[in-house]
Design a protein. Structure first.
Lengths: 168, 258
């Protein structure tokens, strides 16, 4: 979340609640939304590290609000983040460990494990379809995020099929 | 939504749209026998939407072809709508396919020198539907699929997604009680897949029984029930339901960093 907040502040100064709204608007319901407390904590950490700078703004009949803007060091951190290649997804190795090791324990057999895992993935897929249907169809960011999750799941299912073929 | 659940015990036997007992099909080539479908028992209730998944070579398409009478089993029995059909002669199967079974394949197999409209109307006319009624139903279906403006186009002038939707309209024009679909979205991009899925869901809501073979987990997860075929046998048969958290977020699938 640190970098998402930095990115938003690179565009324009904002206070915590505005940042929360901007995140929600951009990513939609598909993205796990940070609560306002997490945002304030992250902002103060960013400020301690000198990546942003806050200034209290007086409000009549309301508590003061703190408006943040990005610093030069913050812009550099952001540039570094963007320039760095992102790690690829990792295979869920906990399931693979179960699949490889469980038969020897006599606790369960591979087919039962695979079937259970497949059902689980399909149920998640159904949940994602519902999420996509509920999300604004014109919110391309949110829809792409959901489609990305769906493609990951499809790959997990294909891999499950390969495990079934090879480990039989 | 009135959906009969996948549990066969809870419904009366006459509710079964399709019942299969000990179905076997093998192919022999160069002296070797490969088992495509081994001793499959299956029951699909009226109004159910069932997806069949499994690796290639698992026997998915063969099973579907046997159920639609496009191929004959070596042994076993098939009941369609309470009627034994596996021993019917080809001429009777042809009538069944015209009236009660709709078929969609991965590639649309449209008649290339006929317009989209004529492709869709043809099965209705062959089944004896009066031309005016066939035309009305065709117009309805093409409109529902967003293809009303393509009625006069020949298949070559349509995109892959459009061709597939025309094929779906063709399969649905006689309002078959059973729709058999073999990878209907296999050659489609994600947007066209969504359109085809939407129509299938609508057919499902109308009470049509759907049996669909697919590799696409998104397609399979729209069904009520998923059957996993492996090596010609049913390895799993289970209802699809929403996860406990009702859908959650993408973070349940991919880890979001930052």
């Amino acid at each position: 979340m640190r970098l998402a907040l930095l990115a938003l502040l690179a565009k324009e100064p904002a206070h915590g609640y505005e940042l929360k709204q901007a995140l929600e608007q951009t990513f939609g319901a598909a993205y796990p939304q940070p609560n306002i407390g997490q945002i304030y904590v992250t902002l103060s950490r960013l400020e301690q590290n000198g990546l942003i700078q806050g200034q209290d703004v007086n409000q009549s009949r309301r508590p003061n609000k703190r408006v943040y803007e990005i610093t030069e060091a913050g812009r550099e951190a952001l540039a570094g983040w963007v320039a760095e290649p992102t790690e690829g997804p990792r295979v869920r190795d906990e399931f693979f460990m179960k699949l490889v090791l469980a038969p020897a324990t006599g606790v369960t057999d591979r087919l039962a494990l695979i079937n259970k895992q497949r059902r689980h993935y399909l149920n998640i897929m159904r949940g994602l379809s519902r999420l996509a249907a509920a999300e604004d169809r014109n919110n391309r960011v949110a829809q792409l995020l959901i489609e990305g999750a769906m493609l990951h799941l499809q790959a997990d299912l294909d891999w499950l099929e390969r495990c079934q073929e090879e480990l039989d | 939504m009135s959906r009969p659940g996948p549990s066969p015990a809870s419904t009366a036997p006459e509710q079964a749209m399709l019942q299969v007992k000990d179905l076997v099909k093998a192919y022999r080539a160069d002296g070797a026998t490969s088992w495509a479908v081994r001793h499959v028992d299956l029951r699909v209730d009226r109004g159910e939407f069932v997806a069949i998944m499994g690796p290639s070579g698992a026997g998915k398409s063969t099973l579907l072809h046997l159920l639609g009478g496009l191929d004959r089993p070596d042994s076993g029995q098939i009941w369609l709508d309470g009627r034994r059909v596996d021993d019917l002669p080809e001429s009777r199967w042809a009538v069944l396919r015209r009236r009660s079974i709709g078929f969609v394949f991965q590639f649309s197999n449209l008649v290339s020198n006929m317009t989209a409209a004529d492709n869709v109307e043809l099965p209705a006319l062959l089944a004896g539907t009066p031309p005016r009624q066939a035309r009305e139903r065709r117009e309805e279906l093409l409109t529902e699929l967003g293809l009303e403006h393509k009625a006069r186009s020949t298949p070559a002038a349509l995109s892959g997604g459009e061709q597939q939707r025309v094929a779906l309209a063709r399969a649905l024009i006689n309002e078959p009680s059973l729709l058999l679909a073999d990878e209907p979205t296999g050659s489609l991009d994600s947007r066209n897949t969504r359109d085809v899925l939407r129509l299938l869901s609508r057919c499902h809501e109308r009470g049509q029984t759907i049996l669909l073979v697919t590799h696409d987990a998104r397609v399979a997860s729209t069904a009520d029930r998923v059957i996993s075929l492996f090596d010609g046998e049913i390895a799993d048969d289970s209802a699809v339901s929403l996860p406990a958290n009702g859908g959650g977020t993408v973070a349940d699938v991919v880890q979001l960093k930052g």
